[in-house]
Write a protein of this length. Structure first.
Length: 324
């Protein structure tokens, strides 16, 4: 299947693996890229330019296909070494970068000069238009269904994707609620050029996370996520667990007096305990409503091949309807 996204990134299928904290290591990115999608290493999980450079080299040993790096720009006092991380990406010969968080404008000239294509993650049409105006090559449009940060507008993809198609001139992919061939065909029908999957890729054989995490996603329904940090305007969709329910109780009790410090033990530094050690009640971890559509743990190749086969079957059925 050829789309503007497959052409831009030199990939076989219009499927991108989103950057995910403590998931996007070389093993994950290489498995997705080898299966014909675009695998993504999560830059901030590695943390330093040296570790990111090593991870890029490791991924290069595992695949000869294109892969990318996610670079999230955080509003933080102790900022990561962003210039060093950008240099590691360029020196590593990576040609695709997924930016997220704050405006990536300050790094775009460096990527442009190095021939790196930038796809920016957006949760609204206005942010997507801003990304287009500053020179991003593509955007990932994140609907309210998504795991992680859905923004504060609460617009689901059935509205957000056609709105993006109406306004944007650059290619875009759908993100949030994407799991299978139905997701892909629906995204294409609404004007997207492909789809980005996060939660679905955690429940794969190659995902370098604890088996408990994969089992939790398979066991969950679409009703098992919660929105936390809404009062702080830093909304995050997470899988429910004891820590999350405790956090929500604090938010309710403290109301307008809530400060980040009040919930720090439920949200800060919990990812290694969950993703590496499988302690499923250690704190809040990002998970999409799409968990309700995930019932197995295939290899990345089985997953992507299955998506493309299902998409082709749907398109054939629709063409038959038209012919009839």
């Amino acid at each position: 299947m050829k789309t503007a996204i497959t052409e831009m990134f030199g990939i076989e299928h219009p499927i991108i693996q989103g950057g995910m904290h403590y998931v996007g290591f070389a093993e994950m990115a290489a498995a997705v890229s080898n299966a014909g999608g675009l695998g993504i290493i999560t830059g901030l999980t590695l943390g330093t330019p040296e570790k990111l450079a090593d991870e890029i080299a490791k991924c290069r040993d595992m695949t000869d296909k294109p892969f990318g790096v996610n670079l999230t720009f955080l509003p933080t006092v102790n900022a990561p070494d962003y210039p060093g991380l950008v240099k590691a990406i360029i020196d590593g010969g990576v040609k695709a970068v997924e930016t997220a968080g704050n405006n990536p404008q300050q790094v775009l000239p460096y990527f442009k000069d190095a021939g790196v294509k930038v796809i920016h993650k957006c949760t609204s049409v206005r942010h997507a238009l801003k990304a287009q105006s500053i020179g991003c090559d593509a955007v990932s449009v994140d609907g309210f269904e998504c795991g992680g940060h859905p923004g504060e507008d609460d617009v689901p993809n059935f509205i957000l994707l056609p709105r993006a198609a109406d306004e944007l001139e650059i290619p875009f992919v759908s993100s949030g609620g994407m799991a299978d061939g139905r997701s892909l065909v629906a995204s294409l029908a609404m004007g997207a050029d492909g789809m980005n999957m996060g939660t679905r890729f955690i429940a794969t054989k190659e995902a370098p996370v604890h088996e408990n995490v994969k089992k939790a996603i398979v066991a969950a329904s679409e009703l098992d996520t919660r929105l936390v940090m809404r009062p702080l305007r830093n909304t995050e969709r997470v899988m429910t667990n004891d820590a999350v329910e405790r956090l929500l109780e604090k938010e309710k009790r403290l109301g307008d007096d809530l400060k980040f410090e009040d919930i720090i033990e439920e949200v800060a530094g919990v990812y290694p305990k969950i993703m590496m050690e499988g302690d499923m009640d250690a704190g809040a971890w990002s998970c999409g409503m799409v968990a309700g559509l995930i019932h197995d743990i295939p290899t990345c190749k089985e997953l992507i091949d299955g998506i493309m086969k299902q998409a082709e079957d749907i398109l054939a059925r629709m063409n038959a309807m038209q012919a009839g």
